[in-house]
Write a protein of this length. Structure first.
Length: 67
């Protein structure tokens, strides 16, 4: 699966690192590309192991607002 998630309060390089760490260390996440200008994350994942809702929850648990 491939999904794009908008993150509103992703501003600094530290924010990008935090989000990348929260997402990438999960089984089923194949690739993650973070676009800081558009404040968007493109994630390729295996939905057998992790769902889009789980990914959104991980980002929100790290302290970020997702649309």
């Amino acid at each position: 699966m491939k999904s794009a998630i908008k993150v509103f309060n992703m501003i600094t390089s530290e924010d990008i690192s935090n989000i990348n760490f929260a997402i990438s260390n999960n089984q089923g996440v194949i690739a993650c590309r973070i676009n800081s200008e558009d404040r968007e994350i493109e994630i390729i994942y295996d939905n057998y192991f992790i769902s889009l809702d789980n990914l959104i929850e991980l980002i929100e648990d790290a302290g970020y607002s997702v649309k």
